[in-house]
Every structure is written in C-alpha cells, then in structure tokens.
Design a protein around this ligand. Structure first.
Ligand code: UDP
Ligand code: MG
Length: 203
C-alpha cells in the first residue's frame, strides 16, 4: 500500500511538472473509477443507440409504381422524421421474390402474388429511426385494404388485398433478413441528418 502511495505521489509530482504522458499512465491506474465517474457525470453509454438505428424495408409494389404513388409514399416516411438510408428501383426476379415471401409459398394466393409482384418495377427502400419497424407497419396499415384505416397508406390508396400498394417488414428479424436480401451493404448509407436533434431528445 505504501509502495502504491509513493508511486502515485511520484506520478502526481511529475504530472504537475507538465508531463502529458504521465496523465495517460495515471488514467490506466484507475480505469474502473474513471468509468464510474464518466457514467455519474451523465455521459450515458450509447446503449440506447440501436433503437434509433433500427432499420426496415419498405417497397412500393408494382401497382404503386404504375399509379405514380412513389413520391407520396416516400413523403409519408420523410415527414414522420425517418431517415432514408437506401433506395433503388428494380424489376424483381422470381427467385428473389420467392426468398422474400418464403413463408407464403404454400398459400393458395402465392402464384397470383408472384405474378403481381413481377408485373413491373418496384421501388425498394430502407428507412432508419426509432422503432421504425413497428411504426411503419402502422403507417402502412392492414394487409387487407378493405380493413385498413384511413390515414394509412393502404387505407388511402387501395381497396383490395390483391393490390395493396406497399410492403413493410413485420418484425426486427424479418427486416434484417429482407434488407440483406434486397440490398448489398455498400448500397446502404450511414449519414448524419441535420434535423436529428429536432426530432427527439438525445439520450
Ligand atoms: N396477399 C394476398 N392475399 C392474401 C394474403 C396476402 O394477395 O389473402 C398478398 C398481399 O399482397 C400481401 C402479401 O401477400 O401484402 C404478403 O402477405 P402478408 O400476410 O405478409 O401481409 P403483409 O405483411 O404484406 O401485410
Ligand atoms: Mg408480410
């Protein structure tokens, strides 16, 4: 203990003599205390960040593209405050679609769904933000437009389940799987949006 005290005293003396390197070595002596102090000082670890970095896949289906609804659908996500991190237009292959809808392959409507989804280009996007998966499902509305509330995309732009305009991932796991399926990593951007501090209080 005495040895330690002497050591710390010596280091402190050197510190006050202005040697920067000593500051560093002192920091390594008490890492745990520093960490606690850092937390106590209100610098919360960025543990809440993943929520804000949540991502989901949204696609304007061929009927939405043909009906010139792409802009209006993008606008809804923009005005809600979400951040666009990926966007492209493509003609979907049957192979990609069968992977996307792998859980629906045995459904009676699957052949029609395949035909519908490959009938023209789709616009596929990745949106990022707080609880974006859940919120975008609410914004998109019920699968069956006849039951979708007014104010939702499907409730405002469609009336039949066979042409429901838009796709939205239904869970965090689903979103991750679909994003990897439709996008390469290099097609997704990490960027700072200048309104970030205006849309929620920083944690
Ligand atoms: N679909 C259909 N008939 C049905 C159920 C679904 O044509 O009875 C189509 C519809 O386009 C729907 C898609 O299959 O959006 C995927 O179905 P899901 O149950 O995953 O609904 P979603 O997640 O799109 O709301
Ligand atoms: Mg679904």
């Amino acid at each position: 203990m005495v040895m330690l005290q002497r050591f710390v005293f010596k280091r402190l003396r050197l510190f006050y003599s202005g040697n920067q390197e000593i500051t560093k070595s002192l920091l390594t002596i008490f890492p745990a205390a520093l960490l606690d102090g850092h937390r106590a000082a209100g610098h919360r670890a960025k543990s809440s960040l993943p929520d804000f970095k949540e991502r989901t896949l949204i696609a304007v289906k061929p009927d939405g593209v043909q009906r010139h609804l792409v802009g209006q659908i993008i606008q809804r996500f923009e005005q809600r405050g979400f951040k666009l991190v990926g966007l492209k237009m493509l003609q979907v292959s049957e192979d990609l679609l069968s992977q996307h809808y792998c859980e629906l392959r045995s459904k009676p409507f699957y052949p029609q769904l395949l035909h519908y989804m490959t009938s023209g280009p789709v616009v596929v996007m990745v949106w990022e933000g707080f609880k974006v998966v859940n919120t975008s499902r609410m914004m998109v509305g019920h699968t069956n437009p006849a039951e979708a509330k007014a104010g939702t995309v499907r409730g405002d732009f469609s009336f039949h389940i066979s042409r429901n305009v838009v796709h939205a991932s239904d869970s965090l796991e689903g979103a991750q799987r679909e994003i990897q399926l439709w996008f390469e990593n290099k097609e997704l951007l990490t960027w700072d949006c200048c309104d970030q501090k205006l849309t929620c209080e920083e944690e």
